[in-house]
Design a protein around this ligand. Structure first.
Ligand code: SF4
Ligand code: ZN
Length: 356
């Protein structure tokens, strides 16, 4: 497939430029206020080093907007070593009454080829003895299996465990052709079904990541598709949704298009519309990631309002409230952009369009 070839080529070039970093350099953590399932609390975020996302390392070249594989070790990492690095990070923080842990493996925590079973089990057993309320990991649907989840709970005990899945969009065409995600809605629904079937026995939850503005998508389409995807997620029984507006990662197809003036991350106004409409329309908690907001490579309005809106969004994430209606000169530009964004689009049926 054309997009996969292109992706692979771009990925290979970025690997050539990559500087090798040690396991310690690839491990990171931070601590911030967050809305846990039990209410407002703190989350410890820990990035553990792994070989890298199998999807990005394989023949597909990975997803068109993601460069996490460039922050990976690219060689197998011993499970005991991963565990020790995890504990080192975890012990830097004081635990409060309401602390959660989010483990980022820059891929799929439930894939034993990325996070060896020794590391997975030792981390979960360790956390089962700590005063943490919940543990959140990320995984592609193909690694969400009943026996794997049962193994998880045999180590973690009765703590709450959330699996976050990068669905990105409910539109199969966008996911396949523009994002190169490599799984279908059916695959996603199957994994949500497995999680739901275990709910009577375990404290298991699911979250879907929704990408805001994939490539080859107009501002208006991006808004509509993101809102529609959140409604779909609620319909099929996902517990939480989290929007990730595109930021320009180095060494990706998105970056290539951006450099040629053929792609721009979404306006922050669009993001505000998405989160407000979502909160009006669905009942499950929804979050808006604000990474990269106001930067050259991220969602952007203007220097006067970027920061204010970013702070309003972060606050509203905690309270699950609507974003206040503020005004700024740049809003008119956004409205014009949004309203004209579909005007020049070809009327050719989309399945006959070449990708690039
Ligand atoms: S978005 Fe997820 S599945 Fe896609 S390349 Fe990045 S880590 Fe891998
Ligand atoms: Zn502004």
């Amino acid at each position: 497939m054309e997009i996969q070839e292109l992706n692979k080529e771009i990925r290979a070039r970025s690997f050539e430029k990559m500087k090798k970093r040690s396991l310690k350099q690839l491990t990171a953590s931070w601590y911030q206020d967050d809305l846990l399932y039990s209410g407002i609390g703190k989350n410890i975020f820990i990035i553990i080093p792994t070989v890298g996302c199998s999807w990005a390392l394989g023949d597909s070249g990975g997803c068109t907007m993601c460069s996490y594989v460039s922050d990976s070790f690219l060689e197998s990492v011993d499970g005991n070593e991963i565990f020790e690095l995890f504990v080192n990070e975890f012990e830097k923080y004081d635990l409060t009454e309401s602390t959660g842990v989010k483990i980022f493996s820059s891929g799929s925590f439930l894939n034993p080829m990325e996070v060896p079973i020794t590391a997975r089990d030792k981390i979960l057993e360790y956390l089962s003895k700590k005063h943490v309320k919940e543990v959140v990991v990320e995984s592609r649907p193909e690694y969400i299996k009943e026996d794997v989840l049962k193994d998880v709970f045999s180590c973690l005990g009765d703590k709450l465990f959330e699996v976050s899945i990068g669905l990105e969009t409910s539109n199969d065409f966008t996911r396949e052709e523009k994002i190169n995600k490599g799984f279908s809605r059916e695959d996603f629904e199957k994994s949500i079904g497995i999680i739901k079937s275990l709910k009577n026995s375990y404290k298991i939850k699911s979250k879907a990541y929704i990408l805001v503005k994939p490539i080859l998508t107009s501002e208006n389409e991006a808004i509509e598709e993101a809102i529609e995807t959140s409604k779909y997620c609620e319909r099929i029984g996902v517990n939480r949704v989290s929007f990730t507006p595109t930021t320009i990662h180095k060494g990706t197809l998105v970056e290539q298009l951006w450099k040629r003036g053929s792609y721009q991350p979404p306006w922050i106004w669009s993001v505000v519309e998405i989160i407000n409409e979502t909160r009006k329309n669905i009942n499950v908690p929804s979050f808006m990631d604000t990474s990269g907001f106001g930067s050259r490579r991220g969602p952007y309005n203007c220097k006067k309002c970027n920061k204010t809106l970013k702070n309003l969004i972060i606050n509203a994430n905690l309270k699950q409230s609507l974003i206040d209606n503020i005004d700024c000169e740049c809003k008119l530009h956004w409205i014009a952009d949004k309203e004209s964004s579909n005007l020049n689009r070809s009327k050719t049926t989309i399945r006959h369009l070449p990708l690039i």
